[in-house]
Design a protein around this ligand. Structure first.
Ligand code: KMH
Ligand code: ZN
Length: 284
């Protein structure tokens, strides 16, 4: 043994597209709430933020002006790596999902396959995956590959074989487990997916709902990073709703520290993912 343990990249996914504000009062849905949540999560140990945004009625939206304003506001208020979701809501059309990249975030999510999503279907056909990958490369945005099932890992490998490395050169993945329709949120399925990842890939994992803690503990003990947040988890412990995103980040930071893999700084996250520096109007 010996050597220096890898610090933990903590990603926060504060909002998502599925939960109504009325069902979770702590959900950040306005720009002000989003910025406050981002600042609190950064202070609690997050280094990357995965953003979905809402309109004035708190409905999920991919409106280009709001996306650009959200990226600018979070960049202004924090040093977090800003990632926009290209998954959106299950009802969003492909062209609007592709146009998300025009807001020039540091990173974008890129889901590597279609998956049943509760009663819905989250559509990600091969042609769309390739188009998103190429556009992210063109615009110098680092993709994070979202993997909901084992077949998505196989598709990621196929994508890299045909298209080469993503912008920045680092293959970074997020394993999203416990979605009804995707891989179960267990250590066994996490390890099966990790075993198939391309060589040199970095990865985080998130367990949806009550799988959040088993998946986080399995990820920490297997060299992975963590994603937490109200997009994925609304119950802190049985019968106790999540108060806000920062408490989920704080819990993840405690687990990581306990595992002797303390939270990564935003600077370390930027270096790991090799994101283009777009702060202070450096570019776009
Ligand atoms: N809201 C889900 C349908 C992503 O952000 O890229 C898709 C999702 C994945 O959340
Ligand atoms: Zn998302």
């Amino acid at each position: 043994m010996g050597g220096v343990a890898t610090p933990t990249l903590i990603t926060v996914a504060p909002t998502g597209a599925e939960t109504a504000k009325a069902d979770a009062p702590g959900l950040p849905v306005t720009l002000d709430e989003l910025v406050e949540a981002a600042k609190a999560c950064e202070a609690s140990g997050a280094a990357l933020i995965h953003l979905h945004i809402r309109d004035a009625q708190a409905r999920p939206t991919l409106e280009p002006g709001l996306l650009a304003a959200s990226v600018a506001a979070v960049r202004e208020a924090t040093d977090l790596v800003v990632q926009l979701s290209t998954g959106g809501a299950v009802t969003d059309p492909y062209d609007a999902r592709l146009a998300v990249l025009d807001a020039l975030p540091d990173s974008c999510s890129l889901t590597c396959g279609t998956v049943n999503f509760g009663p819905d279907v989250f559509m990600n056909p091969w042609g769309f995956i390739v188009e998103l990958f190429r556009r992210s490369h063109q615009l110098e945005i680092v993709p994070e590959f979202e993997l909901f099932d084992l077949g998505h890992v196989a598709t990621l490998r196929r994508l890299l074989e045909s298209e080469g490395l993503p912008f920045g050169g680092q293959i970074h993945c997020d394993l999203v487990l416990g979605v009804p329709g995707g891989a179960p949120g267990t250590a066994e399925s996490l390890l099966a997916m990790v075993a198939m990842l391309p060589q040199g890939a970095s990865w985080s994992a998130t367990g949806v709902g009550r799988t959040t803690l088993p998946v986080a503990l399995a990820a920490l003990s297997s060299g992975g990073h963590l994603r937490v947040g109200m997009e994925d988890t609304l119950t802190f412990s049985p019968g106790r709703p999540v108060r806000d995103n920062a408490e989920l980040v704080a819990r993840a930071a405690s687990l990581a520290t306990l595992a002797l893999r303390p939270p990564m700084t935003t600077g370390e996250a930027r270096a790991l993912l090799n994101v283009k520096d777009r702060r202070n109007g450096a570019d776009g």
